[in-house]
Design a protein around this ligand. Structure first.
Ligand SMILES: Nc1nc2c(c(=O)[nH]1)N[C@H]1C(S)=C(S)[C@@H](COP(=O)(O)O)O[C@H]1N2
Ligand SMILES: [Mo]
Length: 320
């Protein structure tokens, strides 16, 4: 395992070398034989004896973000074995078991739509785009559990500024990776996949909105959304899309997975709000993983001082 300072880290370093090189040479072969570049992921055959997927490695040179919560952090074990990642199954234990072989290298994220400089970022570029910060955020699932996690990343706005959104960009649409061969459980999830999410442009550009590449000092484990995900701490967990591959700046409010099909009770905004019940239960209380007693849910998950002004004059019962 290689440990380097973040600025020197290439994403190949965080993936077992044999896989990275095999995959690379396979791709090169594909291109050499005249295969079309577009849609190459669909052309990949099942990987023989699918080797180990990416395993978290230590991230060096991470700076401490000064505004982290000082609350007790949830154990790494809880955060990595109690997950929601429907592409890998609907049970809370499923993602940690079924995502073990998830191949996350090579990886890239395309950024397009209402931007002056559309561009595809390789994972290497994403790792180096801005200083990596450790930010300890409260994180709240809509199913009334919550946790405190030392995420690693930087404000999404750092990436967004590079592509120069046009004045027409009023929303940002996000899309997860989806490969039914790597994620066979996905088709039994009842979800329309690939998983999609969205934010209003001011929410996306808010400094708290994190483009996240790690946690607990390391790169992201597969079940938590490797290699790159969003973390939006004042919204319910489902807004924090995992394993991100596509970002589109758009004019109209984009569709979101949890409001499609028979899931229409989930709103676009999904701000943590103890006064608005969730589709399955009241959201007035929450339980931290590893704790027994429930706590009262805080408006905007306790981030009201930072974010409430974005919703001035909006009826949050209507725009829930
Ligand atoms: N692609 C994708 N992203 C996703 C989900 C998912 O099923 N697929 N689940 C969401 C939900 S409901 C929650 S609560 C968080 C869970 O993140 P965690 O497993 O790291 O705690 O991921 C969100 N992002
Ligand atoms: Mo969730």
């Amino acid at each position: 395992m290689l440990v380097k300072r973040a600025p020197d880290l290439t994403y190949a370093d965080v993936t077992p070398k044999s896989i990275y090189t095999n995959r690379r040479s396979f791709l090169r072969g594909l291109l050499a034989t005249g295969g079309t570049v577009t849609g190459w992921k669909r052309l990949l055959p099942p990987l023989p004896g699918s080797g180990p997927g990416s395993v978290p490695v230590k991230l060096d040179g991470v700076v401490r973000w000064p505004y982290s919560t000082g609350e007790k952090q949830t154990s790494y074990n809880d955060v990595t074995t109690y997950n929601i990642f429907y592409e890998f199954g609907t049970g809370k234990k499923d993602p940690s078991e079924n995502a073990k072989n998830f191949q996350t290298s090579p990886w890239s994220v395309s950024v397009e739509g209402e931007v002056r400089k559309p561009r595809t970022f390789t994972m290497d570029e994403i790792m180096k785009l801005a200083p990596l910060e450790e930010r300890v955020y409260r994180f709240r699932c809509v199913d009334t559990w919550c946790m405190v996690v030392p995420w690693i990343g930087y404000s999404f706005s750092a990436l967004a500024k590079l592509v120069e959104p046009t004045p027409k960009a009023r929303y940002v649409a996000f899309q997860s990776y989806y490969d039914p061969r790597q994620m066979p459980e996905g088709k039994y999830s009842g979800m329309v996949l690939p998983y999609v999410e969205g934010l209003r442009i001011d929410e996306a550009m808010h400094p708290l909105t994190l483009l996240c590449v790690g946690m607990y000092g390391e790169t992201l484990p597969n079940q938590d959304g490797a290699p790159v995900r969003m973390v939006v701490p004042w919204k319910y967990g489902f807004k924090s899309i995992k394993s991100l591959v596509r970002i589109r700046f758009v004019e109209e409010q984009p569709p979101t997975t949890w409001s499609m099909g028979n899931l229409q009770e989930y709103g676009f905004y999904s701000n943590v709000n103890p006064n608005v019940d969730g589709p399955r239960s009241s959201q007035a209380q929450e339980r931290r993983l590893g704790e027994y007693f429930r706590r009262p849910t805080l408006m905007f998950n306790g981030y009201g001082d930072q974010v409430a002004s974005m919703y001035d004059g909006m009826d949050l019962r209507k725009y829930f």
